[in-house]
Ligand binder design. Sequence first.
Ligand code: SAH
Length: 329
Amino acid sequence: MDLQLLAQTLDELGEPPFRARQVWRWTSRGADSYESMTDLPLALRSVLAERVPFSTLAVENEAHARDGTVKALFRTADGHPVEAVLMRYRDGRRSLCLSSQSGCPLTCTFCATGQMRFGRNLTASEVVDQALHFRRLGPVDHAVFMGMGEPLMNLDAVLAACERLPDVGITARRTAISTVGWIPGIVRLAADPRPLGLALSLHAADPVLRSALMPVNDRYPLEDVLAACEDYHRRKRRKVFVEYVMLAGINDSHVQAVQLADALGSAGPNTYKVNLIPYNPTGSAFEGSSPKAIEAFRAELERRGLRATVRLTRGRDIDAACGQLAAAG
Ligand code: SAH
């Protein structure tokens, strides 16, 4: 819902300012239409339905995985595809994976979104509307900006959306923003007063390999990115999560685990936590590392004093897992 358009429309209709808050209260708590907002005058409900689209996104498809994961494909009013995912965990956690852009201008070689055409930055309303869609299915409490796009290239809209998410049930402390290492955005996040989490997609400590996998490394070399992450850690006193997708024979050797530990090790034991991600098929030439290779890599990191876990893969049977978001068109 475009809250600016809502406020402007209510103003034009001569409605008092509390109406906008009333509408938002219903919407942020999972209402599915103006119709259901029973403390709003009937006539106003139908005028709003005509003048302020209930969502900036149209739902085009929804897929349900066996593990309870739900992937939604939306379309913006001007026709751009957007995907978002709801992950349900056994402990009751309900986590959203949100998109910040339609497609992505960066071209990481292993990522499906990087292979599709870049559309545009999403607006804050388009980000919040992804969350509201899933809120209608039930309460939600965590969000990660790990869907389509590079959130730190669209940080104004992402931060504006983060202003609204607490009303939907997701506090800043339970929101994490994932980046390829877009330094100006990391610097801004470090200065932001809210306790937003930071995750870095690292994938290779060796500069030549990292540039081959993620061309953005030529623009923002890893060394400088890590310096920015460490500054974030000092200011926020929050661990930075490092994502490392495990590609067989590419970045999963013993030597490469040692390189990663060295790159992260100088910062102190509680600065980083490594999350090893099993590779999800995207039609690229890569193959995922074996569970044995992933475990050996993890053990080596731990042996060198880094905390490291292996990410649970969710929603792979509906192409909803990490790196698999890509919609035709
Ligand atoms: N652009 C941001 C936000 C997207 S996060 C970023 O890259 O951090 C999506 C995460 O999934 C990133 O860590 C990305 O590197 C990872 N990923 C991409 N393709 C993948 C694949 N095929 N299998 C597993 N993880 C993948």
